[in-house]
Design a protein around this ligand. Structure first.
Ligand SMILES: [Zn+2]
Length: 426
């Protein structure tokens, strides 16, 4: 595409240097490719739903992989359906190659970044709010009247990456009040809840005020007072400050969560966490004012932090099946009664801290001979039930004896089979 535009003269209309627009084209094409790739995931699912014939499936999947989907009516229809209009991120940003920019420190110690402008050999100078010079390829984003300079750094060079990880095996429970609670009962990132609640409260109040202003503007417009409506829209309903503040809040939450993950890595050689690909409805009670979208995003950041910090610090991250880890008593395995942040086990007669109990359960799942990562939710319940039943009737089975573990390893479905027998008996 770049070559064609150079030949037919399209590029003259852009009015920017060749390097700048070429990088933008590369950006846009990468966005389109990402979009198509995610649409293909959906189309693949549709293929599996449409036919059970292995030959037909193979033919369609091969055509999809080789981008020959346009020739097959079903594939073409599905691709059109799922490959919707994508999001183009290039409208407010440019990429500047490493050899195209430089930085200068002025007399007052301020750092200035110089990048090519529209006129040849005329550099545009941007004052930076940092003393660390950006390096490598830069992405300059014009957002809310400011220039953001984005660039990649080598994670191994970060100061926190130089700290070695610990030597323990630690289970962690992800939360909203505290980012992480570990199986030793220590909470990390305990300012998270406060950050989320205060932001939610503030948003609620702000949205209420904005709704009121919007209705005043609408009423004015209906009366024909367009000047007033415009004034309100421009002066009071702008998005620049709002977006800037939202970005700052997100940055603060990320820092809190990443610091928490680093604290866990300080003591852990192996971190055991719940698998995030499945989500169990109603697993966590949120505060009344905690926005659900914000909560989902927070959980994603926690998962990202665990992965990223583990890679940087050299600890291992083990994902386990988290079904019932927040409801079962870690001592006896029976399902307890949840009351707020407490879990009451009527069998042991003990009240646990719910998050600490969950973290211990998650840790124990790492060595569980019966419950694998993808064991279905209902099967986990049966396995837990089965264990406590055995305990109650005093059958001579001990979960921790090596002989049992070996037998289990050879017959992984043993407990499931005994359950189905029981169901038939009933
Ligand atoms: Zn118990």
């Amino acid at each position: 595409m770049r070559d064609r535009w150079l030949v037919d003269g399209t590029h003259v209309r852009f009015g920017v240097l060749a390097n700048a627009w070429k990088e933008t084209v590369r950006d846009a094409m990468a966005d389109i490719a990402t979009n198509l790739a995610s649409a293909k995931v959906q189309v693949r699912r549709a293929v599996f739903r449409r036919t059970g014939d292995p030959g037909e499936r193979k033919r369609m999947l091969a055509a999809l992989a080789a981008d020959r989907w346009a020739g097959d009516p079903f594939l073409a229809r599905q691709t059109r359906k799922h490959w919707k209009r994508g999001r183009n991120r290039t409208h407010d940003q440019i990429v500047v190659r490493a050899d195209q920019h430089n930085t200068v420190t002025d007399g007052r110690g301020r750092l200035w970044l110089a990048v090519p402008g529209l006129e040849r050999r005329q550099m545009v100078r941007i004052p930076l709010s940092t003393t660390v010079a950006p390096t490598g390829t830069l992405r300059l984003i014009l957002r809310g009247g400011r220039v953001e300079v984005h660039y990649q750094i080598d994670a191994s060079q970060m100061r926190s990456s130089q700290r070695p990880c610990g030597d323990a095996t630690v289970g962690v429970d992800k939360g909203y009040t505290e980012a992480l609670t570990d199986s030793d009962g220590v909470r990390h990132g305990s300012r998270l809840g406060e950050l989320l609640t205060s932001e939610s409260d503030r948003l609620k109040e702000r949205n209420r005020r904005r709704a009121k202003l919007r209705s005043i503007a609408n009423t004015a417009a209906l009366r024909g007072d367009h000047a007033k409506a415009r004034r309100i829209t421009v002066n009071n309903l702008g998005t620049v400050k709002r977006d800037r503040r939202a970005a700052r809040h997100r940055a603060r939450v990320r820092t809190e969560i990443f610091t928490a993950a680093d604290r866990v890595a300080d003591k852990a050689a192996t971190v055991v966490a719940e698998d995030l690909t499945k989500s169990f409805a109603g697993r966590r009670t949120l505060g009344r004012n905690v926005d659900r979208r914000l909560a989902a995003w927070t959980k994603g950041v926690t998962a990202e932090a665990l992965t990223s910090v583990s890679e940087r610090r050299g600890s291992a991250l083990v994902h386990v099946n988290a079904a019932y880890t927040s409801q079962a008593c870690h001592r006896c395995g029976r399902l307890g009664r949840r009351n707020g942040d407490r879990l009451h086990c009527t069998s042991c007669g003990v009240v646990w801290q719910a998050d600490v109990n969950a973290a211990i359960n998650i840790l124990q799942r790492a060595g569980d001979p019966d419950i694998a990562l993808h064991t279905p939710h209902h099967a986990v319940r049966q396995i837990l039930q089965d264990r406590t039943d055995r305990h109650r009737t005093r059958l001579p089975v001990q979960d921790s004896s090596p002989a049992t573990t070996e037998r289990r390893a050879r017959h992984p479905n043993r407990s499931l089979m005994s359950n189905s027998r029981k169901q038939v008996d009933r």
